[in-house]
Design a protein around this ligand. Sequence first.
Ligand code: AMP
Length: 213
Amino acid sequence: MKLILLGAPGAGKGTVAKMLTDVDGSVQISTGDILRGAVAAGTDLGKKAKAFMDAGDLVPDDLIMGIMEERLQEADCANGFLLDGFPRTIPQAEALKALLARLGIELDMAVNLEVPREVILDRLTTRRTCTGCGAIYNVKSKPTKVEGVCDECGAAVVQRDDETEEAISNRLDVYNEKTAPLVDYYRKEGKLIDINATSSDVVVQTIKDNLPG
Ligand code: AMP
């Protein structure tokens, strides 16, 4: 499947993407994970992105499009992909449209994960992320077996630098201003489905039920 997952930070895009990779071998592509990897490795990209990320601001479109042009042409994307956290702006969506047309790829749909703001705030402040494999935990609803250690890969599980209250509030404002307009963009393209995303299991089932073919 070839999907875009839209939704505010904390709407469950990463969790749903990970669940969907098991359905048909489509790969999760999270620009946030790619950027965090670059920051941890101290690459040029990571150095350019870090200050934007820590403040909860968006990384400039040209850096993101550079990443995605390469990533979408890698062999593992042939089975399909789940775009998690990309596109985030109208210019990114336009650039993605041109890129997919050039590569001869058609999107199945864009999924809008809708979650009430108070649920989002609660999820983000209690979320913990593995620094190794990106697995997502929650101190209340899905704790690690051993505190601070990933069940899957054994790496450290931490609160992200951009999950302070200030950065979270900025990320939600940035989402409303820059990313929420993509919902109408994909609705006009005839690609959008809206899903009440309080339960990830329900989201995954609804996506499976709506896949074309
Ligand atoms: P995420 O893990 O998707 O919440 O992304 C974490 C941070 O990475 C965001 O707050 C942005 O600073 C940056 N980022 C991730 N994806 C994008 C994107 N498509 N465009 C711009 N910045 C991004």
